[in-house]
Design a protein around this ligand. Sequence first.
Ligand code: HPA
Length: 245
Amino acid sequence: MTKLAIIGGTGLTQLSELTIIKREKIDTPYGPPSSEFVTGVLNQKEVVFLARHGNPHTIAPHKINYRANIWGLKQLGVEQIIAVAAVGGITSAMTPRHIAIPDQIIDYSHSRKQTFFEDENYPVTHIDFTYPYNPALRAALITAAANANIAISPIGTYGCTQGPRLESTAEIKRMEQDGCDVVGMTGMPEAALAKELGIDYAAISVVANWAAGKTEGEITMAEIEQHLHIGMVNVATVLKSFLAL
Ligand code: HPA
């Protein structure tokens, strides 16, 4: 059976229905991962869970040790990652609580450690990134959502900003012109690092708020938390449906 990991983001610090088998701290050449790796059983399938921002949630998006996280998962033999992440909605279908399975990504982040291939241990390597998200894994997630009767957007472009602040209205306008449907802060370099290590990677984006300038007024954390709380119920349903495929 393919070994699966779920990386949980804001609003998903733990998988409440996971029957935990073990918790492992893994040391990596890149330093400590965000949290322990929790192996458990969900829907009779073994799953490794990692809290991207730590548990409790203390690590800001630009401070996450993405390399340690992906390296640790590889050490555990993980072959597939489903990455759950909160996003802001930019295009009209991306209303709060909606779920998208993005198929493309634009990276606006900077100053992050973006590759494993940068020291004397590795030759310079340029991975192909034409399809940043694994098409087969995406297709399975889309089927899982359909089986669970949850309406999702089966494609979309994820724009990754540096954070931790949210964006300005002009930044969101520019991102929309670039073709972004949703905006988040953690999609990169996570997707690229997984690809570098040959791990299939797909994402579930959960819309927490309209992106800056898409509604009157400012974005509040209370609004984000409220939408995520409900959005994550649907995410859990999609995940369980995926495990039943
Ligand atoms: N921008 C960036 N990241 C986010 C947002 C947003 O509006 N909402 C949730 N994560």
